[in-house]
Design a binder for this molecule. Sequence first.
Ligand SMILES: *[C@@H]1O[C@H](CO)[C@@H](O)[C@H](O)[C@H]1NC(C)=O
Length: 480
Amino acid sequence: MRNRSVTVIFGSLVLWGLITYFLISDQPVSKEQDTARVSNQISKLERRVKQEIALNQELFQNIKEDKQHKKKIDTVNGNTGGQHKDTNHVNQDKILLEKEEKDIENNNINAHEVQTDPVHLSETSHNVPIKGKLPNGSPIIAVLVFSCNRITVQRCLDQLIKYRPNVEQFPIVVSEDCQHRQTAEVIARYGNQIMHIQQPDQSDIEVPPKEKKFKGYFKIARHYGWALNHAFFELGYDTVIIVEDDLDIAPDFFEYFLGTYPLLVSDNSLWCVSAWNDNGKAGLVDENAVDVLYRTDFFPGLGWMLTRQLWTELSPKWPKSYWDDWIRQPEQRRNRACIRPEISRTRTFGKTGVSNGMFYERHLKYIKLNTEFVHFTKMNLTYLSKDNYDINFVNQVYQSTVVSFSELKNGKVMAPGAVRIPYYSRQAYKTTAKQFGLMDDFRSGVPRTGYRGVVTFFYKGRRVHLAPSANWNGYDITWS
Ligand SMILES: *[C@@H]1O[C@H](CO)[C@@H](O)[C@H](O)[C@H]1NC(C)=O
């Protein structure tokens, strides 16, 4: 019965979406601005239909899981609570992992059962108390620091502790992998200023022969998976900022995340807030626009905030390696965007690491770290919500004057304000990006910092949009 009604809802939604689509696309469109508005409406509609479909699928999945779950619940019920954790004991870890998987299941079910069937609440609620809010209602945001074998984690921790405005609001959890004695000692010295956890599974990872030299990426993915499960499902945090052991942070790092937190939890089209501008080199940012933030389709990482809800979604399918490129795939991103700043709130100081040292020397080293404190929690940031942002953004980009790189470089542009350099192919994008010193790579078809295909930066006192055609209709994954 329930299955059939799900199918009926699903079918009528698709039909409704299609009809509305044709009604809208039937209207005559003359100017560029109209095109932008209509395409905006269509993509909004498309998004709504997709969301409904996803919701229906989730509901369907949960009905199935619910049945399995009811069978299991009697056998495991007495088994979940109050176990003492011995991080060196492999069997115990297996139990822990199973428990975590079960917690994830419970979580999914809870989200729906709360509204539909309160009887299940007592059965499915688990023992870990959620640390979501302070008594005054402000969110608790844990900072999860990933550490392996670099004693320079000290530099990162010193800054986090120095700039942390409130110990209760921003607990720092340092997760240590690799069992590197000196690093563990450095972390231990911080005493109760931080919480020190250790990734227990130090077993060798089976890596396909061709990928032997990328083994580090497999270890990183395993560490991330474990530590995020631990932070969300064992420690019970609702929101986590991920920091790696080689990051410097800006004085307003915490203020930035606290100020953008309401956006992240209220706008379903956002899935992260990142402190990082991939093109944030001195000379490519407006040093006066310290408070300006953007939406980006490109997942930046490098100091980023996520919610329990997102982790509950990603955790069951977390990959064995290359998690950052995996997370950028359409199946994971699902058209969601991140917030990123004009001027980065993190900068990486580590040039030795798993990823290429050349990349550091040529690029990362020049990223400008913000120094001026911006009171983000006191600002009105509603301009960043999708409905407000997209209309303004598309208007700004496509009403701006079209120029060429050489005109800009030689100061030949007379019109004031923002300018646009169009690109219509992968190669054209890469050529222009190189001329400006922008990152020229694509991941899952998305250029770094891109939003609706547009890469926005600053050059010789002007906002510049490197932009595809106005009737752009999505990223081309073959451009990667
Ligand atoms: C915040 O800005 C939006 C425009 O983005 C405006 O509509 C709204 O009224 C502002 N809210 C406050 C409290 O100023």
